[in-house]
Ligand binder design. Structure first.
Ligand SMILES: C[S@@+](CC[C@H](N)C(=O)[O-])C[C@H]1O[C@@H](n2cnc3c(N)ncnc32)[C@H](O)[C@@H]1O
Length: 403
């Protein structure tokens, strides 16, 4: 195997900003490197990397060429809806972080959502961080074109913007709630922790070790009871790193612990009905989850709440074993398989997690969380079934969850 001529530069990018070569493609990195090396008068990549280490301006030029600033107002509506619900229950003042904030659409959306929900302007403040100075310049100017308004932003544009010179100029009140900082996720060190962190659509550019390091840094910035929002393609990373999803479809919000399963899922464990619910066509039947004559209940078999608590303390292997014991004692149930799937996901065992999610869906084809998480797993390996599953979530149907 021949080493890429830009290998030292790729390693430098990975270690300084987390960028994985595969996420952009080696061709782009080689083209950018050639252009920048020539402009800097460097004879080879090794010399260029040495210069990059000591020259911040040179480093910034390269970063500007490689970052992907794609963003828009109220990107994925649901996280903003959940944020306002959670914020209303918290004590002011609230501290929020949007990192990476790119050209400002995300942090300004946070401010608009909170103001629209009736929060007083001085009851929250938002720090917004990005590694691109060019993007931050656009953010601070706060004048936007139509490309920043895609999808559903509700009445935000009419309420908070006015047309000026062919751009949409943002209201000063919204602007006043956001403070922009130039910074790198791996080194940003604010003075306090945050109630809510939005770190969306950045980890997708990292490899697994950098993703793990990034999550650890984000947890260091998050209050103990804080909530971390990520992009939909990044939810599987959170599960792998042991965070727990809040049970709200399409919000991609996580806390330090495995989220408590919704009440209906954990207690009491009901025996399976005599005839199975019909399985959705995409979900295979499973011999071992078919209802069978009930075994005599085992009095000391662990409850799902107790297993959940064990998993919350990070004892994942033990918890996985106890779910199996629970299944033996009580017979198959969607709630038990769902807990097992979350635990397997957190352990990083994608195959076991997938098998468990499929069992949940066999027993309860409308279990939205299972559909969503299975779709995320399949998306990660490029399986086209993921798109079909996502369609199922989008269709208006009742929340899943009865065991
Ligand atoms: C695709 S945008 C995401 C913006 C916004 N969070 C969203 O989801 O719409 C990715 C941003 O990450 C920034 N970025 C890349 N590496 C970074 C790092 N190590 N630290 C902070 N920001 C970074 C880029 O400059 C770019 O603006």
């Amino acid at each position: 195997m021949t080493l890429s001529p830009t290998a030292p530069l790729e390693e430098f990018l990975r270690e300084t900003i987390g960028l994985a070569t595969d996420s952009l493609g080696r061709g782009l990195i080689e083209r950018v490197a050639r252009k920048r090396m020539e402009a800097a008068g460097c004879a080879d990549v090794e010399e260029y990397v040495r210069r990059l280490r000591g020259d911040e301006r040179l480093r910034q030029q390269l970063i500007e060429d490689l970052v992907v600033p794609e963003t828009w107002f109220f990107r994925d509506r649901q996280p903003f809806v959940l944020l306002t619900e959670l914020a209303a229950k918290r004590q002011a003042p609230l501290r929020l972080l949007s990192m990476p904030c790119s050209t400002g659409e995300e942090p300004y959306s946070l401010a608009m959502a909170l103001l629209d929900a009736g929060l007083a302007p001085d009851s929250f403040c938002i720090d917004a961080v990005d590694i691109s100075e060019v993007s931050l310049g656009v953010a601070k100017a706060a004048g936007y074109g139509s490309n920043s308004f895609r999808g559903d932003q509700g009445a935000a544009r009419e309420t908070w913007f006015r047309a000026e010179d062919g751009r949409w100029r943002l209201d000063p009140l919204v602007r006043s709630r956001v403070t922009f900082h130039h910074g790198n996720l791996f080194t940003f060190a604010p003075s306090g922790r945050y109630d809510f962190i939005f770190c969306r659509n950045l980890l997708i550019y990292f490899d697994a070790p950098a993703q793990g390091a990034a999550v650890r840094r984000l947890l260091g910035l998050l209050r103990e009871d804080g909530v971390l929002f990520v992009g939909h393609a990044e939810a599987a990373v959170m599960l792998r790193e042991g965070l727990g999803p809040l049970p709200v479809p399409r919000a991609f919000a996580f806390t330090r612990r495995l989220a408590a399963a919704p009440k209906a899922e954990v207690a009491p464990v009901r025996r399976q009905p005599a005839t199975p619910k019909p399985a959705a066509p995409a979900v295979l039947p499973f011999a071992d989850v078919k209802p069978r004559p009930a075994a005599a209940p085992v009095a000391d078999a662990p409850s799902l709440e107790a297993i959940q608590a064990l998993a919350d303390r990070g004892r994942l292997d033990e918890a996985a074993g106890q779910v199996q014991a629970h299944l033996v004692a009580h017979g198959p149930g969607a709630a038990a398989y769902h807990l097992l799937a979350i635990i397997q996901d957190a352990r990083g065992d994608a195959a076991a997690a997938e098998a468990a999610y499929r069992k949940v869906l066999y027993l309860n084809p409308r279990h939205e969380e299972a559909v969503l998480h299975l779709a995320l797993l399949l998306e990660k390996r490029g399986d086209p079934e993921a798109a079909r599953l996502r369609q199922r979530v989008r269709r208006p149907a009742g929340r899943g969850g009865d065991a």
